[in-house]
Design a protein around this ligand. Structure first.
Ligand code: FAD
Length: 418
């Protein structure tokens, strides 16, 4: 592994650092630090007292876009910078806390945009890519349904052709940013008489169209960051179809591949903050850092956290050397999710009765709120069990899961209904 920038990387870092120093909204710095201490999520627009989360996110995105620092990995012709993966990593390191202001655009930049670049028509690229880069339009991903999560190809929302339009009916769920979105990238069933993966088609859906209703879901933190979205006779022009009729699964693989790359980025685990808590918390038996049982637990998490850091450094080193990242890239979410959940529960235990108090305005990291958001790391973008299946089958070469509906037309798969 090589941790040093080469000459070109160092020059890129200097340029990025100078631009960020001159242009970042430094007045938001303290508020952003407080916002990040309240969550393990990296998709929610930061909430800072006295500021509209959407406005501050859009303003920073527009400024970056005007100066050519938005969507670095996109081709220049679509408003990106044709940046190498390692330049992207350097930018993320330099942008630091201000990258929180891009959370609102995570679907547009990381999933919908790359999908349109690969599969969209010239007219779709012309209409949508620029407003995605500049932060003018917010996008959501309309994939999961009550009957189609891990088994995404089992989804039931329908689109039926009517002249030059399609009429969509059904329900999506867990739609991040559904309440803010201008547009959605939506996978629906257009032919139930063929095997499940072959009867799907992808569409661009106007989230403000008649018949679209986004209902925010209240999470156990009290916040509402995702929605269930209902579609009742929603008319979508055929010109909004992405890819071939029945070719939606292939298009969705591009979206999902890009989603995994996004998720492979660093996930906060809370280990450094837990170390601080152990050194500062006055309990009836002294500081937790002096308790051998706490020290043993802390050492385990620090070792796992370091392992994650080195695995990420290995990925960065491979990218820098022009090599593709190895399978270690897939373990990040799996390990970080487990650490965050176990560590937060333990942090509340050592706080005793005070652990039950949700102190949102308190200083340092809120382990209470983090505990409540941490299960999402294990579920979003593919559950921990599905990640393990992927690792088992694709990395370790173990036998594949049994798929009882393989080769069966979708409308012949037993549903339990008579
Ligand atoms: C924070 C967050 C944001 C999200 N944002 C979006 C979004 O913007 N758009 C979107 O479309 N979706 C979104 N999702 C949904 C997410 O993709 C799904 O929750 C996820 O794919 C799991 O699907 P499910 O919830 O239906 O669980 P299910 O698939 O019903 O799984 C239930 C349980 O069964 C296990 N399981 C299922 N199949 C297997 C198997 N074959 N082997 C072993 N175990 C199995 C799972 O691991 C899980 O524990 C989001 C989810 C979260 C948590």
């Amino acid at each position: 592994m090589n941790f040093e920038d080469n000459t070109e990387e160092a020059a890129f870092r200097t340029e990025a650092r100078a631009w960020i120093q001159a242009n970042a909204p430094h007045e938001l710095r303290t508020g952003l630090q407080a916002a990040i201490a309240q969550t393990t999520s990296s998709v929610h627009p930061p909430e800072i007292d006295g500021y509209d989360p959407l406005k501050i996110s859009k303003a920073w995105q527009a400024r970056k876009s005007e100066a050519g620092w938005a969507c670095l990995h996109w081709p220049t012709q679509f408003g990106g910078r044709d940046a190498t993966p390692i330049q992207r990593v350097i930018w993320q390191q330099e942008e630091g806390i201000y990258s929180q202001l891009s959370n609102l655009f995570v679907v547009g930049h990381g999933m919908a945009g790359p999908t349109l670049i690969t599969h969209g028509t010239a007219a779709q690229k012309e209409r949508h890519l620029n407003p995605i880069v500049s932060g003018q339009d917010v996008w959501c991903q309309l994939f999961s349904e009550p009957s189609g999560g891990s088994d995404l190809a089992g989804l039931r929302s329908r689109a039926q052709r009517s002249g030059d339009e399609w009429i969509i009916n059904g329900q999506k769920i867990w739609t991040t940013h559904g309440q803010f979105a201008d547009w959605g990238i939506m996978l629906v069933r257009t032919d139930p008489s063929v095997v499940k993966h072959e009867g799907l088609t992808m569409f661009i859906v106007d989230m403000k169209a008649a018949g679209v209703e986004a209902r925010p879901i209240k999470q156990m933190t009290g916040e509402m960051h995702f929605c269930e979205v209902f579609f009742t006779d929603v008319r979508v022009p055929d010109s909004n179809r992405i890819g071939a009729i029945g070719g939606g699964w292939r298009v969705s693989l591009t979206t999902l591949m890009n989603e995994r790359l996004q998720l492979a980025a660093a996930i906060p685990t809370g280990v450094p903050e837990f170390f601080d808590l152990c050194c500062e918390l006055e309990t009836s038996t002294g500081l937790p850092i002096d308790d051998p049982a706490v020290r043993a637990q802390l050492a385990t998490w620090i070792a796992r956290q370091r392992g994650l850091q080195w695995a990420m450094m290995r990925t960065i080193s491979a990218l820098s050397g022009g090599r593709p990242p190895g399978p270690e890239n897939s373990i990040g979410k799996l390990v970080a999710g487990e650490i965050a959940q176990e560590l937060c529960a333990f942090a509340l235990d050592i706080q005793g009765p005070a652990g039950a108090i949700l102190d949102e305005k308190g200083t340092g990291r809120s382990f209470q709120k983090m505990l409540l958001t941490s299960p999402a790391i294990r579920v979003g973008g593919g559950t921990a069990e599905i990640q393990k299946n992927i690792l088992a089958e694709q990395v370790l070469g173990l036998p594949a899961d049994i798929r009882a509906d393989k080769g069966m037309p979708f409308n012949k798969i037993p549903t339990g209904r008579s």
